[in-house]
Design a protein around this ligand. Structure first.
Ligand SMILES: *[C@@H]1O[C@H](CO)[C@@H](O)[C@H](O)[C@H]1NC(C)=O
Ligand SMILES: *[C@@H]1O[C@H](CO)[C@@H](O)[C@H](O)[C@H]1NC(C)=O
Ligand SMILES: *[C@@H]1O[C@H](CO)[C@@H](O)[C@H](O)[C@H]1NC(C)=O
Length: 312
């Protein structure tokens, strides 16, 4: 495994809004002989080109903060990114309100740098990255593909018949991205979506509504919910894995989006998810693209920088 997947990002994206990544290799950015000097130079080049404002402060908790108005909007649209799946292409499916795009996550004590496709691709040059998870992890990877699309569009190199295992290759950056299926489902309800082989899940909030058009404030957010409890259990498990990992030199970084995303019920497709054959069903599990799900990649990049010693 270690050889195949120099660093493995496991997304325990459950039914809920908890996405979590483990970096489980001794040093994800270790330069192997095969990669040679180029990678070393790239790393240095990257360090030098990262503007100071892009630094991720070591002790800042990126995941505690709030959403602030931001007029820059999203980094892609449904016309610039052609790989948005119909089920998450909310505008195509009739969503009219756009204000939900105009919010930025502001951590309490620092800034979360915006996703930078060029820098991301330099960081992962010559690497392989795997997302392991269910359809929410897939939502995450779909967002990543859209965010990277201005820099490089990958070749889809592998797709199984059920579309659960996918592999993309970015030739200009010798970067391989993979989606490996697993389900971390607890109380979810499985449904086969129209023969695509895609299983989607709804938790207790199935049949509910998620038709808000702006984020919730912290006060309005229910942190006593099942989602939040699940997050806390997973956070505990990860912390113990991290401690164990330190003993044998494995690094774990966590992208903990739960808090931020509990405030974003406005980011779900709701009824705008191409649901002709399931009228009246709201998708309150997956996320519109573009939308707040794109911030998962801002978080991912920040965590990768931190874990790779690229903090400047
Ligand atoms: C993009 O969204 C608009 C609505 O904002 C819609 O009319 C159009 O069909 C969508 N285009 C694509 C390619 O999905
Ligand atoms: C599945 O979708 C196709 C078109 O995308 C449609 O022709 C077919 O009737 C659908 N099947 C069911 C069971 O809804
Ligand atoms: C959301 O949907 C519910 C149920 O249909 C409706 O009562 C409510 O007015 C809707 N809210 C918005 C903002 O559309």
């Amino acid at each position: 495994m270690g050889k195949m997947v120099p660093f493995l990002f496991i997304s325990l994206a459950t039914v809920l809004v908890f996405s979590l990544f483990l970096v489980c290799s001794p040093n994800p950015f270790k330069v192997t002989p095969k990669q040679g000097l180029n990678s070393v130079q790239n790393l240095h080049a990257l360090q030098e080109t990262l503007p100071k404002t892009h630094s991720v402060e070591e002790n800042c908790d990126l995941f505690t903060g709030h959403w602030v108005p931001e007029l820059r909007g999203s980094l892609y649209t449904n016309s610039s990114c052609t790989s948005i799946p119909d089920s998450k292409n909310c505008f195509k499916n009739g969503r009219k309100d756009k204000d939900f795009l105009n919010w930025r996550w502001k951590p309490e004590k620092c800034e979360l740098p915006r996703f930078d496709a060029k820098a991301f691709l330099e960081m992962v040059r010559g690497k392989k990255m795997a997302f392991v998870g269910d359809s929410v992890a897939r939502n995450h990877i779909e967002s990543l593909l859209c965010l990277l699309s201005p820099e490089e569009t990958p070749m889809g190199t592998y797709k199984d018949s059920e579309d659960r295992f996918r592999k993309w290759y970015f030739p200009r950056h010798d970067f391989t991205l993979m989606k490996l299926w697993t389900k971390f489902l607890i109380e979810g309800e499985e449904r086969m979506i129209n023969g695509t082989g895609e299983l989607q899940y709804w938790s207790g909030n199935s049949g509910g509504y998620c038709n808000k058009t702006s984020p919730l404030s912290e006060a309005e957010t229910n942190f006593g919910s099942f989602d939040w409890e699940m997050r806390n259990i997973q956070a505990e498990e990860i912390e113990s894995a991290r401690q164990n990992g330190m003993k044998d030199g494995r690094k774990f970084g966590v992208v903990d989006v739960t808090r931020a995303m509990l405030m974003r019920p406005d980011g779900h497709p709701g009824s705008h998810w191409d649901n002709n054959w399931m009228k009246g069903y709201n998708d309150c599990v997956h996320w519109c693209m573009p939308g707040p799900v794109d911030y998962w990649n801002d978080f991912l990049m920040a965590v990768m920088r931190k874990e790779s010693g690229l903090v400047s």
